[in-house]
Ligand binder design. Structure first.
Ligand SMILES: Nc1nc2c(c(=O)[nH]1)N[C@H]1C(S)=C(S)[C@@H](COP(=O)(O)O)O[C@H]1N2
Ligand SMILES: [Mo]
Length: 198
């Protein structure tokens, strides 16, 4: 298995790998708005909807059969901790977008999750090799409290932009706001510019 190290992406945004106001931790704290939702591998379904040529609906096995990558990434939580060198395995956003065929008028993306959580990003912030739908962390199945069976990781943004328990991605022709973006957290969430609150 090759591991792609993308921990140098900070150079695009700032001089320091650790964004301002962040403290490094070796722990992996859990931050969820509510309880960890349960899921059934038999009925779990991942959908790609909205401004795409082919809306997709994938079973868990079908999703796991997609082309896979493993990357070493950093993880920055808006509450002030960062976890460096996390190894995530999964499917890249760009690969999924390619499979569905993004319509030219798509400009924005909403992620949907089993607990009702949503989070949004401009399409160009999603169309990066580092944005993954991941089911494994450091070689083990992603723990349920960290978003198993499937979560999004966004190492160029604070981690609330990465939906745990993700089961849908919706391509939008106009920006919309997700759960925390409607409740005072930054819509843009750049850790190197300390965009924590709006
Ligand atoms: N579905 C879902 N995704 C979510 C959340 C949530 O409550 N529900 N919390 C977000 C927040 S605020 C953070 S900081 C990260 C935390 O991920 P972790 O619990 O794996 O550390 O998940 C994000 N994704
Ligand atoms: Mo968070």
């Amino acid at each position: 298995m090759t591991v792609d190290d993308v921990t140098d992406l900070y150079r695009e945004f700032g001089d320091d790998r650790l964004p301002p106001g962040q403290r490094e931790t070796s722990k992996f704290p859990v931050l969820s708005k509510g309880d960890t939702p349960s899921w059934d591998p038999e009925t779990w379904e991942f959908t790609v909807t909205g401004a795409v040529e082919d809306e997709l609906s994938l079973s868990y096995d079908e999703f796991r059969d997609l082309d896979t990558v493993t990357q070493r990434q950093d993880f920055h939580c808006v509450t002030g901790w960062s976890k460096l060198d996390c190894e995530f395995t999964g499917v890249s956003f760009t690969h999924l977008a390619e499979l569905a065929g993004v319509e030219p008028d798509a400009v924005h993306v909403m992620f949907h999750a089993l607990d009702g959580y949503t989070t949004n990003l401009p399409l160009e912030d999603c169309m990066r090799d580092e944005v993954l739908f991941t089911w494994a962390f450091d070689g083990d199945d992603l723990a349920p409290e960290h978003g198993g069976p499937l979560r999004v990781v966004t190492p160029h943004k604070y981690a609330y932009k990465g939906a745990k328990w993700v089961d849908g991605v919706e391509f939008l022709t106009e920006p919309e706001r997700g759960y925390w973006e409607k409740r005072g957290y930054s819509n843009t969430a750049d850790p190197w510019d300390e965009q924590r609150y709006s």
